[in-house]
Design a protein around this ligand. Sequence first.
Ligand code: 5AD
Ligand code: SF4
Length: 448
Amino acid sequence: MNFYIETYGCQMNERDSEEINALLRMEGHFETNSSRNADIIIINTCSVREKPSQKALSAVGRYIKSKNQGKKIVAICGCFAKQEGERLKERFPNIDLIFGPQQIKDLPILLNQVLKERRSIIDTSDTGYVNEEKFLIDKDSVTAFVNITKGCDNFCSFCIVPYLRGREFSRPKTVILEEIKKRVENGVKEITILGQNVNSYYDKHSNTDFVDLLEDIHSIEGLERIRFTTSHPKDVSNKLIMAFSYLPKLCNHIHLPVQSGSDRILSLMNRKYSRQHYIEITKKLRDIRKNISITTDIIVGFPTETDQDFEDTLSLVEEVKFDTAFSFKYSPRPMTIAYRKLRDDVPPKTKEIRLKILQGRIEEIAQEKNRNLEGKVLDVLVEEKSEKFQGQYISRTSCNRVVNIISNEELKGKIVKVKITKALKHSLLGELWKGEHHEESRSSRNIA
Ligand code: 5AD
Ligand code: SF4
């Protein structure tokens, strides 16, 4: 049968969709990128914020409507499916399958059951064990995601993840290293290691913490670049900061969600660090790698947030000068502490205005930083040919900026030097650089 997957939400969900994809292909099904040709439609949903959940719901509604008399199977999975469970069945009585993040490996069994019994199946149970991945992707890709931890124990007061993805679990080091080696053998040059809170990784059997793991990954031959996301500021150790000085494959980027610049709000959010501590981390990182790209997530309109609290967030943005940032209006999520204990008292209009002001400033800083790269020569990893612009390749700098290069040489999978010719709004244009390279070398303190 042909299957089609639509994914909403974070990289964790993207990775889960890859897993579902590999699993279904191993069962003899075929991937299609059009829902029209699909016999099985799977909507992988995110529950972290309200907006993606709403988008996923309307997609489900659309697909259920277009279902032709029992021929198509429409399934919904992921965090939102787990959160809503039976309620989704009430809302969409024709849905065939509802399953949670912990049931991915059971998908072939669940699908067979749906086909045989011709009834809807709901399985969003807490299995109590972690869905250990066995299925590797054999796609022809230069970059890949690899999970190192699952779940989260932090219980930030706004966040639903710990309730839906369960307790934090670190995959054994041996399994992770084996998976990365296989991917590198398949041609992958850059790995992004994933977890809700990667820097609290700890494999107790081998006594391996996050930096130990990074060192082991670093020694894998053929692997050119390592990225990781997401890190929690409270777990950024000096050991991790130092790792940027002696692990040149570590990309020049850290995504470090700050959420707010106000100590009062940070405490209500249960983030367990202060504004000052956060700023100190960013300073130390920039001492080690002058041009390190620091990106973040920020929430505006958290319950009780005053104009002064918001000003504190703006002044933090001014002080840290993020390379870019994702910002969101607070939305109450079921089960969370903020939902249970705090009234969502910042008026929608105020949230809207604060978000606009914040995003405006973030954008200005980001563009100024991009413009400063014009004329510079940087190393980029070429990921693929652009589908949108013929004759162009999409590549990425170490600091995670996209550079489009016009070239008729075969570049996919190569690290090449490019001269940045123009800074666009969200990306850069560049041309292959054949001259001498005066700037950053990979092992210096200045990798861009
Ligand atoms: N409201 C708004 N934003 C949220 N995030 C998580 N939960 C909420 C919520 N209830 C944001 C945080 C997090 C990112 C993935 O989503 O900024 O870092
Ligand atoms: Fe959510 Fe906080 Fe865990 Fe991140 S660290 S997943 S924001 S609870």
